[in-house]
Design a protein around this ligand. Structure first.
Ligand code: PDD
Length: 284
């Protein structure tokens, strides 16, 4: 069965689906995106992703007339046509196609909307098989990382460095030496004193939907927890490091820059939170 994409109002075979070469997403990265996981036809945290999409669009003054409810109908149709019941949905909205000129088009053009889906399984039930390595790199992104923009060049370069180092993620740190987030995930630690920590929201990190869902799962656990910044040094000395994200779920990092973290195995916080998160999305 040929994969199908939704492109600006129609469903096309993926291999023929295309956008205009003057699309502002292509030329300027002038767009917003979302990635959602779906498990057994149940979209994980769909309301959070759609709310964040609406917020991101607002922050870049991009007016999409389709409502979140209408977007959900299209997402469902893309999933149905691709026979994806468990996998990932990708959606991207750009400021549309117009003669190349940096300011917004004087006469507004129709935003471009692309939605695709592909099968991808849930993480293995054995958390040991869901661990990864990370490297650390300076965060050289722009000042509005809270907007889920398609401008991902620094993230792409960081992720490529991680891949070349045999690692899953690049964990980024700011000029003061505080960890911001991963190139495509939020970062959490259990610090040397046993406190679970993740950076508070602000313009320097993406407000992760998985982060929010995991925070909600934490409410009735006895882990000491604080939304506080932590340094690279705290990261290196952590008992546990784990990532959250739509493609990472809750993913333990057991090696950092080639050195073992904690006892080198997934710790109790990541184990509990992966289990709770998988239950939350109906995958356990
Ligand atoms: N990335 N931080 C960054 C920089 C991200 O790109 C992502 C997600 C996250 C986690 O957000 P969420 O929990 O809502 O997925 C944090 C997606 C998966 C991607 O770019 O593929």
């Amino acid at each position: 069965m040929a994969a199908t994409a939704y492109v600006n109002g129609s469903y096309r075979p993926l291999r023929d689906a295309s956008v205009n070469i003057e699309d502002r997403g292509f030329q300027f990265g002038d767009g917003i995106y979302e990635v959602l996981y779906v498990h057994n036809n149940r979209l994980a945290d769909a309301q959070l992703h759609l709310a964040r999409l609406t917020r991101s669009l607002g922050e870049i003054e991009l007016n999409l007339t389709l409502t979140p409810a209408a977007l959900l109908v299209i997402i469902r149709e893309v999933l149905r046509r691709n026979r994806v019941s468990t996998g990932l949905v990708y959606m991207q909205v750009t400021r549309g196609a117009a003669r190349r000129d940096h300011p917004f088009p004087a006469v507004p053009v129709r935003p471009s909307l692309v939605i695709t889906a592909r099968t991808r399984p849930a993480p293995p039930r054995d958390i040991a098989a869901w661990t990864g390595a990370a490297i650390t790199l300076p965060d050289d992104r722009w000042g509005r990382c809270d907007i889920k923009s398609t401008n991902l060049l620094p993230n792409v370069l960081a992720k490529q460095k991680a891949k070349l180092a045999g690692a899953y993620e690049a964990i980024l740190y700011d000029e003061q030496g505080y960890v911001t987030e991963g190139a495509s995930s939020n970062v959490w630690i259990v610090d040397a004193t046993g406190t679970l920590r993740t950076r508070p929201l602000g313009q320097d990190i993406l407000p992760g939907c998985t982060r929010a869902a995991v925070l909600a799962q934490l409410r009735d656990s006895d882990f000491p927890f604080a939304q506080t910044q932590f340094t690279l040094e705290d990261l290196r000395g952590a008992r546990e490091i784990f990532l959250t994200g739509a493609t990472s779920f809750v993913k333990p990092i057991t090696r950092l820059d080639g050195i073992s973290i904690g006892n080198g195995h997934p710790g109790p916080a990541a184990t509990l939170l992966l289990d709770r998160y998988l239950r939350h999305i109906g995958a356990a």
